[in-house]
Design a protein around this ligand. Structure first.
Ligand code: FES
Ligand code: FES
Length: 155
């Protein structure tokens, strides 16, 4: 089946088998390997991308379901000239990653939360909102600090 999507601002069209996951098509067909696959059953959040502006687990979505959608992966966060997205800069500044495996998913979830105007001063609510993304390395403190910083309210 032909799937047409706008991925990171570019129109793409691919023939894909209906059984294939969005994550696999992004990684294997479009070579966007910043979308990571961890659990592959909707638990870890590593595969999070934005579909029509909302966070989606791309390991649970078929590529054909994204037909006609706008998809943003971590590769689409930086500016056209390569300048880091404020969240990427904040993650770097706050050492909010170690192995980095979870980072693309966190960045996309956090970008959605900031877009939605989450109150980053409510740390409990922010932690709850980020809780769909798992990190095995950082203990989360620096991730929360980074998101707050990116919102212009850093410590
Ligand atoms: S790989 Fe999709 S939620 Fe873990
Ligand atoms: S930085 Fe390693 S899993 Fe989060």
């Amino acid at each position: 089946m032909t799937v047409r999507m706008v991925v990171n601002g570019k129109q793409v069209e691919r023939d894909v088998e209906p059984r294939r996951l969005l994550a696999d098509v992004l990684r294997e067909d479009l070579d966007l390997r910043g979308t990571h696959l961890g659990c592959e059953h909707g638990v870890c959040g590593a595969c999070t991308v934005l579909v029509d502006g909302k966070p989606v687990r791309s390991c649970l979505m078929l590529a054909v379901q994204a037909d006609g959608a706008e998809v943003t992966t971590v590769e689409g966060l930086a500016g056209e000239n390569g300048e880091l997205h404020p969240l990427q800069q904040a993650f770097s500044d706050h050492h909010a990653l170690q192995c980095g495996f979870c980072t693309p998913g966190f960045l996309l979830t956090a970008s959605y939360l900031l877009e939605q105007g989450i109150d980053v001063d409510d740390e409990a609510a922010l932690r709850e909102a980020l809780s769909g993304n798992l990190c095995r390395c950082t203990g989360y403190h620096n991730i929360v600090d980074a998101v707050r910083d990116a919102a212009g309210k850093g410590k």
